[in-house]
Design a protein around this ligand. Structure first.
Ligand code: SF4
Length: 296
């Protein structure tokens, strides 16, 4: 850990940590400095489960990577999720729990719909690879879902259980994570990465979300990472973490600790613009009535 004046800098910066800081420095402080819990919701737990099944599956010998094997792995992993305090905290009723288990048991199946990722054909180099490397001034850390070879070329892939991007801009934004992984892996191994890919196992799509890796292409996300790290260092030194209010406040687990966020979600609630499943609804115990008292 590196010490700044008032706050302790984290020992490494991951893409998700950098992204949280860009979204809202105050939220980042709650999460990474104050270390307040950020419990995963249903979708995140489902994604974690699917990742775990695929990680174990790709560690098997190619001929053993069958759907039956995946089901066995899923059954063996299920008790871990079932007993996870974050899962218990979802307070699902019996019907919802059955649905969640069913969704978990099929979440990983999407990989068989994707031509390039037929599990028995993938030439695996590593799964869940923990890369920790210095990228310029930034102590970078990332976990890479899959590194494999296609005709001797190295490919870096990240599995996504959420929806595929709808716009080119959204796709470019999501690609930055895997481009950072490629930059880090090249820095660590000094071996060229040919392509990066996002693999949307939940979207049943064969569209390629990939980029041919070039130094120029990696430069933008690496520069952004440097900029974010500088801003984090500055915030930790001055103790000033700005709030960035917006629609994401209703999904922020710390909204009840943030006056700007409270005011933002009250406005959105009264305007009928808050989603019923947003965590803010549960945090404040809101129903359908307008709220008149605004936090000061
Ligand atoms: S509630 Fe909004 S402004 Fe406050 S910390 Fe969370 S995201 Fe940031």
């Amino acid at each position: 850990m590196l010490m700044a004046d008032n706050h302790t800098l984290p020992s490494a910066l991951s893409p998700s940590s950098a992204s949280t800081f860009s979204q809202c420095p105050q939220r980042w402080k709650f999460r990474y400095i104050d270390r307040l819990p950020d419990p995963p919701g249903r979708a995140a737990l489902l994604g974690t489960f699917a990742h775990a099944v695929l990680e174990h599956l790709f560690q098997e010998q190619p001929q053993s990577r069958t759907k039956e094997k995946a089901k066995l792995i899923a059954s063996a992993l299920w008790p871990e999720t079932d007993n996870d305090p974050n899962f218990i905290a979802l307070e699902l009723d019996d019907q919802e729990k059955t649905e969640f288990k069913h969704d978990c048991m099929s979440a990983f199946n999407g990989v068989w719909e994707i031509e390039k990722y037929q599990p028995e054909m993938v030439d695996v180099e590593s799964t869940e690879l923990d890369v920790q490397v210095q990228l310029g001034d930034v102590p970078f850390r990332g976990i890479i879902d899959l590194v494999h070879r296609e005709e001797d070329n190295l490919i870096v892939s990240d599995f996504k259980s959420g929806k595929a991007p709808k716009t080119a801009r959204d796709e470019d934004e999501k690609m930055k994570q895997v481009l950072l992984y490629a930059a880090a892996l090249q820095e660590e191994n000094d071996e060229h990465i040919e392509k990066v890919r996002l693999v949307f196992i939940g979207s049943r799509t064969n569209k390629d979300y990939e980029r041919v890796v070039t130094t120029k292409l990696m430069q933008e996300p690496v520069n952004e990472l440097h900029q974010t790290w500088k801003e984090i260092q500055s915030s930790c030194t001055t103790g000033s973490f700005k709030t960035k209010t917006g629609p994401l406040c209703e999904w922020c687990p710390y909204v009840d600790k943030c006056i700007d966020g409270v005011n933002q979600v009250i406005q959105r609630f009264n305007a009928g613009r808050i989603r019923a499943d947003a965590p803010a609804m549960k945090i404040f115990g809101w129903t359908g009535k307008a709220i008149t008292q605004v936090a000061k």
